[in-house]
Design a protein around this ligand. Structure first.
Ligand code: SF4
Length: 108
């Protein structure tokens, strides 16, 4: 008797479903991860959750009237998630605060 006859069709389908579900979990949790301000990319780009706290002496792009209107929520790289946070392609789809900012800001 071959080994293939020991597994029912239901067993194979259940195992396939478990493998697919397991492979999706890391992607879902990564997509929902919020960027932390001490993340290496965040530090390099001056990302902060609250754009009003950006040191404009260090990050001149956000200085002045034009700079004061720069937020993640009006950046071309921001995809709103509807809860005050949005996915940012600079951070591989991880979430940034809509009121945040980084030096990669681009007008929508
Ligand atoms: S690239 Fe845009 S959306 Fe992403 S962190 Fe910087 S300002 Fe925010």
């Amino acid at each position: 008797m071959s080994n293939s006859k020991k597994f029912s069709r239901r067993d194979v389908l259940a195992a396939s479903g478990a493998i697919i579900a397991t492979s999706l979990v890391p992607r879902i949790s990564l997509a929902a991860d919020k960027v932390t301000e001490d993340d290496a990319t965040a530090v390099a780009l001056g990302y902060l959750h609250d754009a009003s706290k950006v040191d404009t002496a260090k990050w001149a792009k956000r200085a002045g009237d034009a700079g004061a209107n720069q937020f993640c929520k009006n950046c071309a790289l921001y995809v709103d998630q509807g809860d005050g946070w949005g996915a940012c392609s600079i951070f591989q789809g991880r979430l940034v605060n809509g009121n945040g900012w980084c030096n990669a800001w681009i007008s929508k």
